[in-house]
Structures are given as structure tokens and as C-alpha cells.
Design a protein around this ligand. Structure first.
Ligand code: X5A
Ligand code: ZN
Length: 684
């Protein structure tokens, strides 16, 4: 049976039929070309045809009134027949809004498009999707238009999903650079909707200039803990800051929350080149953010356009999002992987503010930092020279202020050329010793054929004959090399190998990688296993996840051991993956990942699936999983993850024990200078 075909795209060019009719320097960036250029770029990358096209419809009055008052609806309705003078008068009632005679019609289409997307995902017609809409929604409130927004598309969608599908937990992720205060107001007392927003804040000096956009606005009454604000107090935030906020704030809380649906207020004014945001995150960052969110809610994700005013940056970022929703391999993420001090401070503050409400933050020791004045901040920055500060947006793309837009365009053009890559026709290869067992693999897996004696000889010629005298070891090596070769030659993206003698095969495979010219291989070993390799030059980063206390081996930057025992009933591995393994892996930026499942593995199927799923964003998704003691349940789960046929079940979330948390904290402390992505507090 063919899987429910993947990704919905909802767009109608009627939503380009309104525009600003008079001079207004605040509103003149919200133009119809935002949609046109995004859609054009999707066509350019052949993404439109790969999506399921869903028609738009108008949102009904009843649907709009899930969030807005009837009085407000009447005001907006009345703008249809107004002349320019009257339109200007209504616009002045609100902050940063303009009306056009077609605004009302488009605002209804934007609501309807969003609800069509929710219906497609909730009915199982698609896994996920994106709605390209205008006007945006996240600033609008029960009785007010605000910040180019008329109806709150995403908030309406959340209420609608609760009503129509009886959902009890919806996560809204707002990665637009502005605070979606409208969404905050609507849900701040509602524990069934978890709202996460990061936003340019600059200690309340940036629009919408609200006290309640700060990290201490955690929600009210029953909704306490379900409103998460990450205020950015400096411009120039980039890939590493956004990833750090995901690793150390959003993802742990989101996995604990266990949403049934994710709505993304998908604004791209948080991307590089945007005149509003002044941030530096490159388009591929949005691919990674999307990828992480796809691991939640069984993959049910609806991205809905909000802001984004640099047309080139906007449209490339939209493409990255859609490409990832379609489950293409991810582009490598660029740039120095170190969050800046100001970002770490914000993250620390949010974690401390939310400590009472989330088990994953339970062992945070720190009280929130007080709002640091600019002066003391500079002093601290000088003291903590090991912490990075970012270039401004202009410096990041080599801009002087003059010709800024053109230079950003040029930067993005060459940047995107570098990061686009061909997708191999087959994603996953497998080599299983007993080919008869291969039937339990997903159909899209390419199973390697049994080799003739001659083929075997050719394949392993040139490898240490010494190490593989044994027949069993030889067979293991063949399996590993057969699949590894395909990955290195980019014939497939990833693979699974059955290797009864995993350590020898992996050792030889690693050497093979370097002969092939790889620079950085992340090798994660689960269980008890030693590799006969003493490379400390950074070409391999070893991470050993095992149960027994490591005595003789001392940890070093490229040789890290993590003691962890997964619960048998529930999955307590989230904390370690999000708070330790992923930050280091993103910091390292490997060209290839090898995950070896050895004897005495301290992780169950759930933990291994979680690890594999979350790491898939790295190394252009090039992963080799080597399994020593083949076990059908494990192989099937890993194969499901690698092929992307569905999101595996990670098991029920369990908080990490205090002992486990202390182990991670200790390691984080030990490695935070060498692996800066581990930093989530300025003190620890
Ligand atoms: C949706 C959005 C921004 C309004 C900025 C007003 N609105 N200065 O990005
Ligand atoms: Zn915005």
C-alpha cells in the first residue's frame, strides 16, 4: 500500500490582490510579491508538483468568531466598500495596519487556507503541509488588527482543531521575528495550547514594545507554563542561537508536552537579510527547525506563513521548509556553532522562569538573571571572552550599509548554490546476512544482493586481511563496506547493516571513510565496544553510550562516554539526546554518522530510534547504522526512521532521574568550552 502522500501546499494568487494604496513607511514592506516570489521559487525547485495541492476556501464567520468578536468582524467587513480616505481612517485605529478593499476577502481566504491545511493533516490525507497566506495573523487580537495582521489564522486553527477533532494538546511554534502577542493573549489561560515564540526584543525597545513579551510571561491561571517567550535582546542572532533555543528550551518542553498537532507561525523575518529582524539565520536553518518539529505529534505539522520581508531570503527559506516537509535530506548548516552570550542569557532566563512547570527543567538551579543593563552586560562579555559574540547582520554577509539588499541577494544566491544537492533515488540500503529476513523491512529499502566469492574478494581487497581472517568477520565487513560504499558515492543516503562482528568492521569502515576523503565522522557506539583506533585529530568524534562506569578511559574532546541506562517501560533518553548529544553533534558538523549498536546495549528500541531520528538532520542525512545482534523490532524501527516512511514511536516520555541529570550537567560543564553549543547558562 502506498503511504498517504506526504505534503500539502495551499496557495491561491487571489491573496496577492490587496496592497498598500498610500505612503506609509511602516507598512510598505508587506507586499503581494512576498507570496509571488515564494511560490515562484517553489516552482523553480520543482517542489510544487511534489506536493498535494489543496484549494483554498473562505473561513466562515463562525470560524472567525472562534477567536474574534462579532463587532470586530463587522468593522473588518465594512472595509470592503470603503474609499481610500475611509480605509486610511480605519487603518489609523490600529498599530501598523493598512486596509484595501480586497483585504477582507483575502483575510477570509487566509483563515480558510489555514483550516484546509489543518483538515488535510488531521484527516490523514497528508502528513504535513504549508499554507502560503496573506494577510498574516499572529499579531491580531480579539478586537484588533495589528502588525499587518487581520484575523489570527493560527489561533483560529488551534481553536478549530480543538473543537472539530477534540484535540487536547496543540503546540504553536512561532519562529517569526516578532512576538505574536495576539496568540499569547488568546491562549495565555489555556493549558491545551502551548505557545512558544522567540522574538527580537532588545529589552522592550523593539516593536511591539510590550512588557509581556519578556521571558517571565509564562501564562496565567491554569495556563501557567504554557506560554514560552524567548526574547532576543540583540540583533544578529543566527543559526547557532536558534538551534540552542530549540535544544535547551523548546524541544525538551515539547517532548514532555507531547502535542497531538503542531502549528507553526512560520514567519521568515527571523532570517538573514530581513529589514525588520536584522538577524543572520540562513535558509537551511529553517530546514533543521522543521525537521526537529517533524519528530513530534506523529509528524502532524502545519506551517502557516506569517512575516518575511526580504523576498530572496523569504522564498529560499519557504523552499527549505517545504523540502524538509517532503522528507528530502537536509542541507548542512553553516557557520560557527556557538550561541552568543546574549542568547545564552535569554535561554537561561527562560529555563529558570519555566522551571516550576516542566519536569525537564526541574533541576535547574538558577534563579533568572535580572534584567542586565547594557553596561554590566558589556563588562560580563569582556570577562567571558570564551563566549562568542556575533557579527551584525551586515557584517555576516559582508555588507556595508550601502547596497545592503543587493549584497544580501548575492550572498544568498551563492550560498544556496552551495547547499543544494541531488537527492539519491533510493534513500536507504540494507545489508542483512540472512536475506530471507529482509521482508520485514519497509519496501523502499534497497536490499543488497548476496555476493559471489569473486565479488567479495574485490570488495574487501585492500583492507587489512589480518583483521578479518575469521569467516564471520569477513561477512560483517562485506556487509558494512557494501552499504558504506553506496553512501560515500551518494548512491543512497543512509543504510542499515547486520554485522555480527561489529567492532572490527567499524574500525575498518572508519579507515575507509578517511581514504575516501571525509573530514569528520561522528561515531556513536551504543553498548560495550572498543575500537582499535587512536585518532585524536578530530577526524572522528567518538561517543560511547553505555551502562558500565568508564574507569581507565578518560573523556576528551573527541572521545566522550556517557553513562546512561534507558528505562524499560518509558523513554527517559530525551534529556540526554537534546541536552547533550545533539548540541555536540551540531557543533561538530560531521560529513557522515556511524551508529553502532553493540553488545550490552543500554538503550532500547525507543531510545535508539529517537537518537537516529534526531541526528538525521546532520551530514546531509548520511547515516550508517551497524547492528551487531540483529533484532527484528530494532531493525524495523531504524529502517522506518531512515526511509522516512513514518515517524517511529519513541515510547512514552519519562523525565530523567536526578542522577541522570547530574551526569549530563557534569559532562556539559566539562565540555562547554570545547563544544559551545552545550552552553545554556552563563554560570555553569
Ligand atoms: C507579521 C509581521 C510585523 C509588523 C511590523 C510592524 N508583522 N513594525 O511580521
Ligand atoms: Zn514578523
Amino acid at each position: 500500500i502506498a503511504m498517504a502522500s506526504g505534503t500539502a501546499l495551499i496557495y491561491d494568487d487571489e491573496m496577492t490582490s490587496y496592497k498598500l494604496l498610500w505612503d506609509d513607511p511602516i507598512c510598505d514592506i508587506e507586499v503581494p510579491e512576498r507570496l509571488l516570489s515564494s511560490y515562484d521559487q517553489l516552482k523553480h525547485y520543482d517542489l510544487v508538483d511534489r506536493c498535494v495541492r489543496i484549494p483554498v476556501r473562505e473561513g466562515t464567520e463562525e470560524e472567525i468568531m472562534l477567536v474574534h468578536s462579532s463587532e470586530y468582524l463587522e468593522v473588518i467587513k465594512s472595509t470592503q466598500t470603503m474609499n481610500e480616505e475611509e480605509l486610511q481612517r480605519v487603518s489609523k485605529h490600529y498599530d501598523a495596519v493598512y486596509f484595501h478593499p480586497n483585504t477582507y476577502r483575502c483575510a477570509k481566504l487566509a483563515v480558510g487556507a489555514t483550516l484546509q491545511l489543518v483538515d488535510s493533516v488531521m484527516s490523514g490525507k497528508v502528513h504535513n503541509g504549508m499554507a502560503l497566506v496573506r494577510p498574516p495573523g499572529h499579531h491580531s487580537q480579539r478586537n484588533a488588527a495589528n502588525g499587518f495582521c487581520v484575523f489570527n489564522n493560527v489561533a483560529i486553527a488551534a481553536q478549530y482543531a480543538k473543537r472539530r477533532y477534540g484535540l487536547q494538546r496543540i503546540l504553536i511554534v512561532d519562529w517569526d521575528v516578532h512576538h505574536g502577542q495576539g496568540i499569547q493573549y488568546i491562549f495565555e489561560k489555556d493549558p491545551s495550547v502551548l505557545y512558544f515564540s522567540w522574538h527580537r526584543y532588545e529589552h522592550q525597545q523593539f516593536w511591539p514594545l510590550l512588557r509581556e513579551s519578556d521571558y517571565d510571561a509564562v501564562g496565567q491561571e491554569n495556563g501557567k507554563g504554557f506560554n514560552i517567550n524567548v526574547p532576543w535582546n540583540k540583533v544578529g542572532m543566527g543559526n547557532s542561537d536558534y538551534l540552542a533555543a530549540f535544544f535547551h528550551v523548546l524541544l525538551p518542553v515539547a517532548f514532555e508536552f507531547a502535542p497531538e498537532l503542531i502549528l507553526v507561525s512560520s514567519g521568515y523575518d527571523s532570517g538573514i537579510g530581513d529589514p525588520e529582524g536584522q538577524m543572520t539565520a540562513t535558509p537551511e536553518c529553517f530546514a533543521h527547525l522543521t525537521h526537529f518539529l517533524m519528530q513530534l505529534a506523529n509528524g502532524r505539522l502545519c506551517a502557516v506563513l506569517e512575516g518575511g520581508y526580504h523576498l530572496k531570503s523569504l522564498s529560499e527559506s519557504v523552499c527549505m521548509t517545504v523540502k524538509t516537509l517532503l522528507r528530502d535530506p537536509l542541507p548542512q548548516i553553516s557557520g560557527e556553532m556557538a550561541p552568543c552570550l546574549s542568547a545564552i542569557e535569554s535561554i537561561q532566563n527562560v529555563r529558570a522562569a519555566h522551571k516550576p512547570y516542566w519536569k525537564c527543567l526541574m533541576y535547574e538551579e538558577t534563579a533568572p538573571l535580572k534584567d542586565l543593563s547594557t553596561k554590566s552586560q558589556q563588562v560580563m562579555e569582556a570577562q567571558l571572552t570564551q563566549t562568542s559574540t556575533h557579527p551584525t547582520a551586515e557584517q555576516a554577509v559582508g555588507n556595508t550599509n550601502r547596497d545592503e539588499a543587493i549584497k544580501t541577494d548575492k550572498f544568498l544566491e551563492s550560498h544556496m548554490k552551495r547547499i543544494l544537492f541531488p537527492v539519491p533515488p533510493v534513500k536507504t540500503a540494507a545489508s542483512i546476512v540472512s536475506k530471507a529476513d529482509a521482508h520485514f523491512l519497509p519496501l523502499s529499502v534497497q536490499v543488497e544482493m548476496e555476493m559471489s566469492a569473486q565479488e567479495r574478494k574485490t570488495l574487501v581487497s585492500g583492507f587489512d586481511a589480518e583483521l578479518v581472517k575469521e569467516e564471520k568477520a569477513l561477512l560483517s565487513l562485506q556487509n558494512v563496506v557494501a552499504v558504506l560504499d553506496k553512501i560515500l558515492k551518494k548512491e543512497v543516503c543512509n543504510g542499515i547493516v547486520d554485522a555480527s562482528v561489529a567492532s572490527v568492521s567499524t574500525t575498518i569502515a572508519l579507515k575507509h571513510c578517511f581514504d575516501f576523503g571525509l573530514q569528520r565522522v561522528l561515531c556513536i557506539i551504543v553498548g560495550d565496544m572498543d575500537l582499535e583506533l587512536s585518532l585524536d585529530d578530530g577526524k572522528i568524534l567518538f561517543m560511547n553510550i553505555c551502562q558500565k562506569q568508564q574507569t581507565e578511559k578518560t573523556n576528551s574532546k573527541y572521545r566522550i562516554s556517557l553513562n546512561w541506562k534507558e528505562d524499560t517501560e518509558r523513554n527517559n533518553f530525551f534529556y540526554a539526546v537534546l541536552g547533550f548529544i545533539l548540541p555536540i553533534a551540531y557543533n561538530y558538523q560531521p560529513d557522515l554518522m556511524i551508529i553502532v549498536i553493540g553488545p550490552n546495549r543500554s538503550l532500547g528500541v525507543n531510545g535508539i530510534s529517537l537518537l537516529t531520528s534526531l541526528l538525521q538532520g546532520l551530514a546531509e542525512s548520511r547515516i550508517l547504522v551497524v547492528i551487531q545482534d540483529i533484532e527484528i523490532k530494532l531493525v524495523r524501527s531504524v529502517a522506518t526512521t531512515l526511509t522516512g516512511v513514518s515517524i517511529p514511536d519513541f515510547g512514552v516520555y519519562a523525565p530523567a532521574s536526578q542522577e541522570n541529570v547530574l551526569e549530563i550537567k557534569r559532562l556539559r560543564h566539562q565540555f562547554k568550552q570545547e563544544w559551545k553549543m552545550l552552553q545554556c547558562s552563563v554560570r555553569d
